[in-house]
Write a protein that binds this ligand. Structure first.
Ligand code: B1M
Length: 213
């Protein structure tokens, strides 16, 4: 039953069927499956398959976009179920997808997890300029700046922001965490980030560790 739902969830994304994706997400939650589990084993598996089909030329951009819309539908159901952690905020984070990059599905999942774990998170959206990250971090007195990048070309923006902070003598004002499919721990070390997170739950763990929780 559970495996069947995981398969159906993945298929709804590959078939670019937003309505089915939302319905399967609702069914999974009603069956007691955790939002993180149906996401990881079902919907994320589906979008990963879509990425492979796109890369091999079996799917084209319009289909990729429709698959992303189906993914957003599923996420609207699962993220709502995660809720907010409540209580006193463990810390303040500004988080966005870097300039030149419109991929924001992973970022939305990371933000939902952080909020569910009692963090105050300001979503800077996608295609977010370096100066906006810095201005918003200062405005909200953030402890952490989080940058998501999905393209090998836009990863450079993460490096640029850290360099800009260093140039301004402000590197130690913020903890910096980076993530997104092409990023690795090695990349984070290379650019001098404080942490790299592989997925949303790892993101929560890494930020907890950075802020001493
Ligand atoms: Co695009 N795309 N895309 N795309 N797209 C990729 C990234 C690609 C790998 C597909 C492929 O070819 N296999 C490829 C990049 C190749 C490269 O750079 N080497 C690619 C390309 C080429 C492109 C375009 C250039 C295509 C074109 O126009 N010809 C174009 C670029 C547009 C731009 O940004 N300027 C483009 C456009 C799009 C859509 C708009 C159609 C759509 C995005 C819609 C949206 O996000 N609203 C899209 C999609 C859906 C994908 C794939 C298929 C799926 C991405 C995704 O949502 N994954 C993707 C293939 C892939 O990644 N396998 C692909 C699911 C998501 C849950 O995972 O985002 O990795 P992810 O997030 C994870 C972790 O990485 C981590 O936690 C998340 C949850 O577990 N994480 C963080 C992410 N950010 C974090 C931040 C943190 C911590 C953890 O702290 C700050």
């Amino acid at each position: 039953m559970t495996d069947d739902l995981f398969k159906k969830a993945a298929a709804s994304i590959v078939e670019q069927d937003r309505e089915a994706a939302m319905e399967i997400a609702t069914q999974a939650l009603a069956a007691g499956i955790a939002p993180s589990e149906i996401m990881a084993k079902g919907f994320v598996a589906g979008i990963a398959e879509v990425g492979e089909l796109f890369e091999s030329g079996e799917l084209f951009l319009p289909e990729l976009m429709m698959a992303a819309q189906a993914m957003e539908g599923a996420m609207s159901v699962t993220n709502a179920a995660l809720g907010e952690g409540g209580g006193q905020a463990k810390g303040t984070i500004v988080l966005g997808t870097v300039q030149g990059d419109v991929h924001d599905i992973g970022k939305a999942i990371v933000i939902a997890y952080l909020k569910a774990n009692s963090y105050e998170v300001f979503d800077l959206g996608r295609d977010c300029a370096l100066e906006t990250f810095l201005a918003k971090a200062a405005e909200h007195h953030a402890q952490v700046i989080g940058m998501s990048a999905l393209l090998t070309t836009t990863m450079e923006e993460q490096k640029k922001l850290i360099a800009a902070l260093k140039e301004r003598g402000a590197r130690d004002t913020y903890k910096i965490i980076v993530g997104g499919a092409p990023c690795t721990q090695r990349w984070a070390d290379q650019i001098g980030a404080d942490a790299y997170a592989e997925d949303a739950s790892d993101g929560v763990k890494k930020i907890d560790a950075l802020l001493g929780h």
